[in-house]
Write a protein that binds this ligand. Structure first.
Ligand code: S3P
Length: 172
């Protein structure tokens, strides 16, 4: 059986887990539309996320993130990739868990740590933070991610195989 056609499928997880790539692939396999919250925000603002954060506009980014997710949840069921911090907002968190089948792409701290230099280039939230502070942020978010309906180890190589795995678990 395919995943409940009346519900969205939402991918969550820490920065660098590969949510967008996975969600796009799963959407293709299911023949559903795919929406990535970060992409929509960048389109609406006409500025990149690093530019927004550098201009001190994280609050605007977070407000838009909340608004975009509310809009997506109200639209017909799709496959969504959410920014790693999207569920920090309590309203968004309860709406997403209520209205979507939520899949956590779980990355072990060791993998995040190994990729920190690359991640810090593109994720402004990590810039200027020590490794200990990033680890604290990572740990803080685990409890929310762990509420997901399904937990899958983030693929490090074969994303297509990982997407097939997600679909087979959803179908079982
Ligand atoms: C963020 C994660 C990013 C992006 C922004 C903030 C976060 O998305 O939304 O830089 O707070 O964890 P990815 O999880 O896709 O990197």
């Amino acid at each position: 059986m395919p995943p409940d056609p009346s519900r969205h499928l939402a991918f969550i997880g820490f920065m660098g887990a590969g949510k967008s790539t996975m969600a796009e692939l799963v959407a293709q396999r299911l023949g559903r539309p795919w929406f990535d919250t970060d992409h929509i925000i960048v389109d609406r603002c006409g500025r990149s996320i690093p530019e927004l954060f550098a201009a001190g506009e994280e609050p605007r980014f977070r407000a838009l993130e909340k608004q975009v997710i509310a809009e997506l949840l109200a639209a017909p069921p799709a496959v969504l990739s959410l920014g790693g911090g999207a569920l920090e907002d309590a309203d968004t968190r309860s709406e997403v868990f209520e209205r979507a089948c939520v899949v956590w792409l779980e990355v072990p701290w060791g993998d995040v740590r190994a990729e920190l230099p690359a991640l810090m280039q593109t994720r402004p939230l990590l810039q200027g933070r020590s490794e200990a502070e990033i680890h604290e942020l990572f740990e803080h978010r685990q409890a929310t991610y762990a509420r997901a309906h399904l937990r899958v180890r983030a693929p490090r190589g074969d994303v297509a195989a990982a997407a097939d795995h997600v679909l087979s678990v959803l179908a079982s």
